[in-house]
Design a protein around this ligand. Structure first.
Ligand SMILES: [Zn+2]
Length: 92
């Protein structure tokens, strides 16, 4: 997700910047930057490519027992039932 011409402080390099903001949910906790997994932060164009993005489907890889618990469901259904994550609507 991008926003243009904002003044913001990049969550990674901690430099105040003006320009394009890239919002990303981070995939891993990070003590150095206080990133919390699954939370969204604002990054500059330089840092954003280095940030591993959180992916809801990782929850299924981390919790393989859910495939047995919901043996007839597909990935979207499990995410919604177990974590309350609704399938994303197509961006227009
Ligand atoms: Zn940065």
């Amino acid at each position: 997700m991008k926003e243009n011409n904002q003044i913001f402080k990049c969550a990674s390099c901690q430099i105040q910047k003006k320009g394009t903001v890239i919002k990303k949910k981070v995939a891993v906790n990070d003590q150095e930057y206080n990133f919390i997994k699954g939370k969204e932060y604002r990054f500059c164009l330089n840092c954003a490519p280095k940030i591993r993005e959180y992916n809801e489907y990782d929850l299924l890889n981390e919790n393989p027992h859910l495939w047995e618990k919901y043996s007839y469901a597909d990935a979207e259904e499990i995410l919604e039932k177990e974590f309350g994550i609704k399938p994303k609507e197509e961006e227009k």
